[in-house]
Each structure stands twice: as structure tokens, then as C-alpha cells.
Design a protein around this ligand. Structure first.
Ligand code: SF4
Length: 181
């Protein structure tokens, strides 16, 4: 009698595999991917870093679990590897952006809505762009009001949008609402 061979279970790269039972990661695109892509020795081998990181990111960007993976890694304080398409340094920046969005910028928003130009520090700028985007301001209006180029606004909007999505996933009770006028 011929034995029926069971196909090997599809695994997530370790230590993403530690989250194997997380329902959010059931559709993870990195199943069966080379673990070295996601956990390269970033310090020891620059060449490996140059090839592994873009390859891992490419897989992550097509992954339906990308945001969930990113949130899990931030919640768990993962210090190594590519999670949700982000390197450890990029995840630290993202965490700082989520904190920046908590800044109280109501007075600055009030001034900008009255056409008054106010000085904005980097963290305030991110929060202001986010809140005014929620209020329907477009890129051109934001750029004019804050005195920066449209490219700077577009980049800030993308950063703020991701930070807000991650913040809301980590703290569902604090979903994005426009700041009180
Ligand atoms: S986002 Fe990347 S590391 Fe996370 S589950 Fe998807 S493919 Fe894997």
C-alpha cells in the first residue's frame, strides 16, 4: 500500500511564526518565503541587507495582513526583522508618528482656519496636516496655509494616514475624529 504523503504545513518566517495562530495572519503572504529575507543580519552583511530588505518589503506590500502584522509587531515591541513591510527603524518612526498625532493642535488649527500663519514644529505639523485633512483640506490649501511645498504635504499626509490607521488599530476607542473646533 502506498503511503499518502501529507504536504508540509505552510509556515511563517520565524519569529513571525510565533504568531502562527493569530487569525489576522492566516493569509500572510510570507508563508513559505525565505525567513532570511525577513530577518537578515542587518549589521553583519550590508550586501544581504541591500537585497533582503527590498525583497521582503515587496512581499509585505502585497500581503493582505500587512496592517495587522505591523500592529502586532508594534504591540509586541518587536525589535528585529521586517514586519508589515517596515524595518525596525521605520517602525520606531511610525510609533513616534502615532504619538505626534496625539498632540493638541486645536489652537494652531483655529489660527490656520482663520488664515493666520503660525509656526509649526515637525510633530505639530504632522498632527495639523492630519486634522485638516480630516476636515477636507486638499494638498494645495494645506501647502499654502503652512508655507511648505506640496510634496512635503503629500509625504506628511501619507505618514499621518498610516500612523492614524495603526493608532486606531492599537487603540480602537480612539478612532480618528476631527479635533473639536
Ligand atoms: S506583512 Fe510581511 S511579514 Fe507580515 S505577515 Fe505579511 S508578508 Fe509576513
Amino acid at each position: 500500500m502506498t503511503a499518502v504523503r501529507t504536504p508540509p504545513a505552510r509556515r511563517l518566517p520565524a519569529p513571525v511564526a510565533a504568531l502562527e495562530q493569530q487569525p489576522e495572519l492566516m493569509d500572510a503572504a510570507c508563508r513559505d518565503a525565505d525567513p532570511e529575507l525577513f530577518f537578515p543580519d542587518l549589521g553583519a552583511n550590508a550586501r544581504q541587507k541591500r537585497t533582503a530588505v527590498p525583497s521582503a518589503k515587496e512581499i509585505c506590500y502585497a500581503c493582505p495582513a500587512q496592517t495587522a502584522c505591523l500592529v502586532l509587531s508594534l504591540t509586541r515591541g518587536e525589535l528585529e526583522g521586517i514586519w508589515g513591510g517596515r524595518t525596525p527603524r521605520e517602525r520606531r518612526t511610525l510609533m513616534r508618528d502615532t504619538v505626534a498625532l496625539r498632540r493638541d493642535v486645536r489652537h494652531r488649527i483655529d489660527a490656520l482656519e482663520r488664515g493666520i500663519r503660525v509656526p509649526l514644529r515637525a510633530n505639530d505639523f504632522l498632527a495639523v496636516v492630519h486634522e485638516l485633512t480630516l476636515r477636507g483640506w486638499d494638498t494645495e490649501r494645506l501647502a499654502h496655509a503652512t508655507g511648505v511645498g506640496p510634496d512635503t504635504v503629500v509625504r506628511a499626509r501619507a505618514r499621518a494616514s498610516l500612523a492614524a490607521a495603526v493608532r486606531d488599530a492599537m487603540e480602537p476607542r480612539n478612532r480618528s475624529e476631527p479635533a473639536a473646533a
